[in-house]
Design a protein around this ligand. Structure first.
Ligand SMILES: [Zn+2]
Length: 149
């Protein structure tokens, strides 16, 4: 850094304001301490509380996505398990009760396609797909695909 040249690369001097701001309450909900800000934008009693608060907000924002991810992961495990059990006993369809027993999250899937042969919807969890085989009998089949579109 060149400091001997007037006006070049010179850091602005810190000029602490002599202005006195009225005390305010720390914005971090579980702190709420009254403090005297040194800057009019200061909202937290200490830098760590600003960091904590922003992390907390991010956690709250990301929560729905995290929950959805958990449901998908669970559904994937359930379909994998049923798929391999059916293969082992040489069956293709199974009853709704099995999904209920496994606490399958209906309505949580990654994408949907239509089975051209049956005209039914297939709800995919990544590469495992669930299709209603018989609405009245409440039976299902599981599809497997190698590639995920
Ligand atoms: Zn605080």
């Amino acid at each position: 850094m060149i400091n001997n040249l007037e006006g070049v690369c010179r850091k602005p001097k810190l000029r602490p304001s002599k202005r006195v701001y009225p005390p305010r309450k720390c914005k971090k909900p579980d702190c709420g301490l009254m403090f005297t800000p040194t800057d009019k934008r200061q909202e937290f009693c200490m830098p760590q509380h600003r960091i904590d608060h922003n992390n907390d907000l991010r956690t709250v924002r990301e929560q729905p996505l995290k929950e959805f991810g958990k449901k998908l992961a669970h559904n994937l495990e359930v379909l994998k398990k049923i798929h391999s059990s059916l293969a082992a006993i040489g069956q293709t369809s199974f009853r709704l009760q099995l999904l209920q027993y496994e606490i399958y999250n209906f309505g949580s899937f990654t994408d949907k396609t239509i089975n051209k042969d049956t005209g039914n919807e297939i709800e995919w969890i990544y590469n495992y797909g669930l299709e209603v085989k018989d609405h009245d009998k409440k039976t299902f089949i599981i599809h497997f695909r190698k590639s995920i579109n």
